[in-house]
Design a protein around this ligand. Structure first.
Ligand code: NAD
Length: 500
C-alpha cells in the first residue's frame, strides 16, 4: 500500500475512474497530482438531493435501533480500513500519520456513540393541567441534511454529522472541500460497503457532491434540505447562514476559532508547555481549535516562552508520512501567503516574531512547509483578533487575572479556550458564567483534541452550532409536542369555556 493508487484501490475506489475530471486533487506533501476528479453540476446536485429525499422517506420509518445497525457496520468498515483511510487523509490534507489515523479513530468513536444513541432518542413526558390528559414530546427525523465541510478535517466532520443524522432517520448530502475530494469519495465507498452488508437500506441515503461553492450553494438554497450543517471559515458562514435563514431552513455553523490558553502564576509549566506546543503547531496550526493566543502571567512568562522557543526549535518539520516528523505542510500557497501577511502585520503592530519562514523549499519546491512562528505582542492588536489558519502563536503578558479573562474574551471568535493553573479560584472563575465565553473551556488541558462525547462548537463568530456528543443529535430532528386526551370530556387549556 505504498502509492496513492494502491491506497485508493484498497479503499474500494478505482483509480482509473479518477482521471479526466476537471478538479485536480493534489497532495500538499509535495504538490504532486493525485487524481483528476469529476465535478458535479448544479443539476446533478439537485438530482442527488431528490434521491436523498426519496431515501429519507423510507428510512424515517425504519426503527431507530435498526438504523443504528447500519452505523455499527460503518464503524466496522472504518476499523478495517483505518490505516488506509488515515494514510489518504495524510496524503490529501498533509497531516502526520498519527493525526490522519486519529481522525479515522474519531469517526469510529462517533459511530459507536451513534449506535448507543439509536436506542436513546428520547423525549419528555410533561404534566398536563387537564384531567385525563397526557402530554409528551416526540422527536422525528428532519429529512435531508446537507453537510458542507472544510479541508482540515476532511473525514471526521462528515462522520460527526452523518452518523448522528442517519441514526436519527435522515439522509445526508455532503459537499466536501474542493481541496479534499478523494477522502470524501473514499468515505462514500466505505459507506457503500456498510450499506451492502446491511442489506436493505435505501439507495441515496448518503450522497457526495464534488465541486466548489456553486455546488454548496445548491444545498444552501434547496428547500428540500432541512438542515445545512456547514463547517469552514467565518467568511463562508456569513454567506451561508443568512441564505438558509432566508428560506427558514435550519443551519448548524461550525466556523473559525481564535483559541487562547491562559497560563497562571501557579501553573505546572512543563504541562502547560506541552499543551501549548501540541495545540499551536499540531496539524501545522490548521485546526479550528489550534492554540493561537497565549496569555501568560508576567511572573512565569520568561520561563515559559524560553521553553516554547526550545520546543519549537527542535520540532521536526517535514514529510508527514515519515513517523519522526511532527509538523507537516500547509495546505497550499494561499495559506502560506496569508501566514506571511499576518506576520508582517504582527511586526508592524509591534510584535517580535521568531520563525514563520518557509523551509524545505529545495526538497519540496511545490509544497509549503513553514517553521511555526511565535509572535510576542505588546497587546491584543488587530492581527491577533483574526484567525490566520497557520501555525502562529501570539504571546501576550498579563498582571491581573481579570485582565487575562478580558483578553481571552476580547476577540470576535468563541470556539475553544483553556487555562493552566493550580489555583482553584482561577480555574472555577474561568469556567463560570463570568469566565471564558467559548463553547469549549478546559482546565490543565490545551485547546485542541476534543473527545467526541462532548458537544463540540463555539459562540460568537464561531457560529453557535454544536455537533458530535451530548444532545447534539437534537439538531438533526424536529420536536413534536403531543397532548393525548383519554377522558370523556374536552376541557380547554387555561380553563377557557367556549360555547358551553
Ligand atoms: P472555507 O470556508 O474556505 O470552506 C469550507 C467549505 O465551505 C468548503 O467546502 C467550501 O467549498 C464551502 N463554501 C465556501 N463558500 C461557500 C458558499 N458561499 N456556499 C456554500 N459553500 C461554500 O474553509 P477551509 O479553508 O476549507 O477551512 C478552514 C476554516 O474552517 C477555518 O476557518 C477553520 O477554523 C474552520 N473550521 C471550523 C471547524 C469548527 O468545528 N468550528 C472545524 C474545521 C474547520
Amino acid at each position: 500500500m505504498d502509492t496513492p493508487q494502491d491506497i485508493l484501490r484498497a479503499l474500494g475506489l478505482n483509480p482509473d475512474a479518477l482521471t479526466g475530471g476537471t478538479l485536480t486533487a493534489r497532495s500538499p506533501i509535495d504538490g504532486a497530482e493525485l487524481a483528476q476528479v469529476h465535478e458535479h453540476t448544479v443539476a446533478q446536485a439537485h438530482s442527488a438531493i431528490t434521491r436523498a429525499r426519496q431515501a429519507s422517506l423510507a428510512w424515517r420509518d425504519v426503527p431507530a435501533p435498526r438504523r443504528g445497525e447500519l452505523i455499527r457496520l460503518l464503524g466496522e468498515t472504518l476499523r478495517e480500513n483505518k490505516t488506509a483511510l488515515g494514510r489518504l487523509v495524510s496524503l490529501e490534507a498533509g497531516k502526520i500519520v498519527a493525526e490522519g489515523e486519529g481522525e479515522v479513530q474519531e469517526m469510529i468513536d462517533i459511530c459507536d456513540f451513534a449506535v448507543g444513541l439509536s436506542r436513546q432518542l428520547y423525549g419528555l413526558t410533561i404534566a398536563s393541567e387537564r384531567p385525563g390528559h397526557r402530554m409528551m414530546e416526540t422527536w422525528h427525523p428532519l429529512g435531508v441534511i446537507g453537510v458542507i465541510s472544510a479541508f482540515n478535517f476532511p473525514v471526521a466532520v462528515w462522520s460527526w454529522n452523518a452518523a448522528l443524522a442517519i441514526v436519527c432517520g435522515n439522509a445526508v448530502v455532503w459537499k466536501p472541500s474542493e481541496k479534499t475530494p478523494l477522502t470524501a469519495l473514499a468515505c462514500q465507498a466505505l459507506f457503500a460497503q456498510a450499506m451492502q452488508r446491511f442489506g436493505d437500506a435505501p439507495a441515496g441515503l448518503s450522497e457526495v457532491l464534488i465541486g466548489g461553492r456553486e455546488v454548496g450553494e445548491a444545498l444552501v438554497d434547496s428547500h428540500t434540505v432541512a438542515l445545512v450543517s456547514a463547517t469552514g471559515s467565518t467568511r463562508m458562514g456569513r454567506q451561508v447562514g443568512p441564505r438558509v435563514a432566508q428560506r427558514f431552513g435550519r443551519v448548524l455553523l461550525e466556523l473559525g476559532g481564535n483559541n487562547a490558553i491562559i497560563v497562571g502564576p501557579t501553573a505546572d509549566l512543563d504541562m502547560a508547555a506541552r499543551g501549548i506546543v501540541f495545540g499551536a503547531i499540531g496539524t501545522a496550526g490548521q485546526r479550528c481549535t489550534t492554540t493561537r493566543r497565549l496569555i501568560v502571567h508576567e511572573s512565569v512568562a520568561d520561563a515559559l516562552v524560553q521553553r516554547l522557543h526550545k520546543a519549537y526549535a527542535s520540532a521536526p518539520i517535514g514529510n508527514p508520512l515519515d513517523s519522526g516528523n511532527l509538523v507537516g505542510p500547509l495546505i497550499d500557497r494561499g495559506s502560506f501567503d496569508a501566514m506571511q501577511d499576518a506576520l508582517k502585520a504582527a511586526r508592524e503592530q509591534g510584535g517580535k516574531v521568531t520563525g514563520g519562514e518557509r523551509v524545505l523549499a529545495d526538497d519540496f519546491p511545490n509544497a509549503w512547509y513553514v517553521r511555526p512562528a511565535i509572535a510576542e505582542m505588546p497587546g491584543q492588536t488587530d492581527v491577533v483578533c483574526h484567525e490566520t489558519f497557520a501555525p502562529i502563536l501570539y504571546v501576550m503578558r498579563y498582571q491581573e487575572f481579570s485582565d487575562a479573562l478580558a483578553l481571552q474574551n476580547g476577540v470576535p471568535q468563541g470556539l475553544s479556550s483553556a487555562i493552566f493553573t493550580n489555583d482553584l479560584r482561577e480555574a472555577e472563575t474561568f469556567l463560570s458564567a463570568s469566565g471564558s465565553d467559548c463553547g469549549i473551556a478546559n482546565v490543565n488541558i490545551g485547546t485542541s483534541g476534543a473527545e467526541i462525547g462532548g458537544a463540540f462548537g463555539g459562540e460568537k463568530e464561531t457560529g453557535g452550532g454544536r455537533e458530535s456528543g451530548s444532545d447534539a443529535w437534537r439538531n438533526y430532528m424536529r420536536r413534536a409536542t403531543n397532548t393525548i386526551n383519554y377522558s370523556r370530556n374536552l376541557p380547554l387549556a387555561q380553563g377557557i369555556k367556549f360555547g358551553e
